[in-house]
Design a protein around this ligand. Structure first.
Ligand SMILES: CC(C)(COP(=O)(O)OP(=O)(O)OC[C@H]1O[C@@H](n2cnc3c(N)ncnc32)[C@H](O)[C@@H]1OP(=O)(O)O)[C@@H](O)C(=O)NCCC(=O)NCCS
Length: 218
């Protein structure tokens, strides 16, 4: 049996059980990720360790955020996670989509179809991708990104809209860039850009990558 078969891929729900899971399992997972791999994230451990439980819960209850996890069934331990943020009103990919979505939590996508007018794509971003060191190289991140991407693809199809699905990654993070490429993401036209991170008080080179659906075989 493959390792993936011994793990469940789940969407964290917003009911009481999901909120308890978020605080008891996801929160320590996320804090450990920020502490162990600070260079991978836009946010920082020092920032999120000061979040109250209400701050954490406001993330999971934000209707623009869906968090998928690979969970060990017998103890609920999280080994890998990915969040899908959207539909976002602004199609320009943000360095910190979780924060952007918190600021616009009730705004969301506000583009409506008017007659034959051109309708903008439905925009989503992948964020918070992390696998614990002992679980790396077993396909967890790829599987979770595939699951999150399918959710975005189906949302766009359901609304008969084009899809804009992107991820912002530090240019120095070659493992993550390779991961996204293996999941169907390509480097955007703009290539590298420099972005100031107020949480780290520094500027970083980042890369915007866009999901491209494989051409259908007819
Ligand atoms: C990047 C990371 C999420 C990969 O997680 P993972 O579960 O080990 O990834 P997977 O096993 O699903 O690997 C899928 C693909 O990613 C690529 N990849 C993953 N780790 C890699 C590494 N260390 N070096 C090169 N490529 C790597 C490979 O192309 C792999 O596909 P393949 O096995 O078919 O060749 C993990 O190393 C991690 O958590 N790193 C720290 C946090 C981080 O960088 N997050 C991304 C922020 S944008």
């Amino acid at each position: 049996m493959s390792n993936l078969a011994r793990w469940r891929i789940e969407l964290i729900s917003t009911d009481e059980e999901g909120c308890n899971f978020y605080l008891n399992q996801y929160k320590p997972f996320r804090l450990a990720a920020l502490r162990r791999d600070p260079d991978a994230f836009g946010s920082t451990y020092d920032r999120e360790i000061n979040f109250t439980n209400d701050d954490w819960l406001s993330r999971i209850k934000n209707p623009l955020v869906k968090t998928f996890v690979a969970v060990r069934p017998h103890d609920g331990r999280v080994l890998s996670a990915t969040s899908l943020i959207g539909p976002l009103p602004n199609p320009d990919p943000s360095s910190n989509p979780l924060q952007a979505s918190a600021e616009m939590r009730n705004g969301g996508d506000q583009h409506h179809k008017h007659g034959n007018a051109q309708v903008s794509p439905l925009s989503f971003q992948i964020s918070g991708v992390y696998t614990t060191p002992e679980a790396r190289g077993q396909g967890f991140a790829k599987e979770l990104i595939k699951t999150a991407s399918e959710q975005a693809i189906n949302s766009a199809k359901g609304q008969d809209r084009q899809l804009s699905l992107s991820v912002v990654v530090y240019a120095s993070n070659s493992a993550a860039i390779r991961l996204y490429k293996s999941c169907g993401f390509v480097v955007g036209e703009g290539g590298f850009r420099s972005s100031f991170n107020p949480h780290k008080n520094s500027s970083f080179e980042e890369l915007v990558m866009h999901y491209r659906e494989p051409p259908s075989i007819s």
